[in-house]
Design a protein around this ligand. Structure first.
Ligand code: ZN
Ligand code: ZN
Length: 211
């Protein structure tokens, strides 16, 4: 699997591009200004890639900043879980509350992700893990063959997602992690929405929220 991480916007959010041959999928596009948009666009052009889909693990502002830019430029599909729709539709208002006035609203999703369904990302099979708690319709994307998890804001290196935002719930988040993530093998690599990558085994042993 080819993937690249960019870290974008005021919230230091990780945006991932996954590609194969000449097609790519963008997970949580956080590009929030011209400079960040150019970085992403130059990479896509230099690698001669065609963006097919955006997938939002969840629809907090920092993960959807670039939805408009990408979908407008490349006419991509947009995948989210239906329970994130309110957040997505309110993101301009939420941006305003953070003092961000330059925000282009995301288009409406073209597809709603279902728990445990398998979706195609550039020829790879990813299972949708439903992991609410940080937000109501959060999903993680798991490539069982390559043992890679795109984890959004559920599990971080040494930490977990915050649960004090609207729709967040601590017990739900812990249950999501235990039921969906801690059942995976130690060597599964976790690519989170913020900070450095980690593994399930490392977090099982060292994460203070889980031991
Ligand atoms: Zn979040
Ligand atoms: Zn985030």
């Amino acid at each position: 699997m080819n993937f690249k991480r960019f870290t974008f916007n005021y919230f230091q959010e990780n945006t991932y591009i996954i590609w194969n041959n000449n097609e790519c999928v963008i997970i949580d596009p956080g590009c929030s200004n011209n400079e960040e948009e150019n970085l992403l666009e130059n990479f896509i052009n230099n690698e001669n890639l065609k963006p097919l889909k955006i997938i939002n693990t969840h629809c907090h502002l920092d993960h959807v900043f670039g939805n408009y830019f990408i979908s407008n430029k490349w006419n991509t599909d947009l995948y989210i879980h239906e329970k994130e729709l309110d957040l997505l539709q309110n993101s301009k208002t939420i941006a305003h509350e953070y003092g961000i006035d330059k925000f282009s609203s995301s288009p409406h999703p073209t597809c709603f992700l279902k728990p445990n369904e398998i979706i195609d990302i550039c020829g790879l099979n990813f299972k949708i893990l439903f992991t609410p708690g940080h937000s109501p319709g959060h999903v993680c994307l798991y490539d069982e063959e390559n043992k890679i998890l795109f984890g959004g804001d559920v599990l971080f290196k040494g930490s977990i997602g915050r649960t004090d935002l609207p729709g967040g719930d601590y017990n739900t988040l812990i249950e999501s992690i235990q039921k969906n993530l801690l059942i995976l093998d130690d060597e599964v690599k976790v690519l989170p929405g913020h900070g450095d990558e980690t593994t399930i085994g490392f977090e099982r042993k060292n994460n203070p929220f889980l031991i």
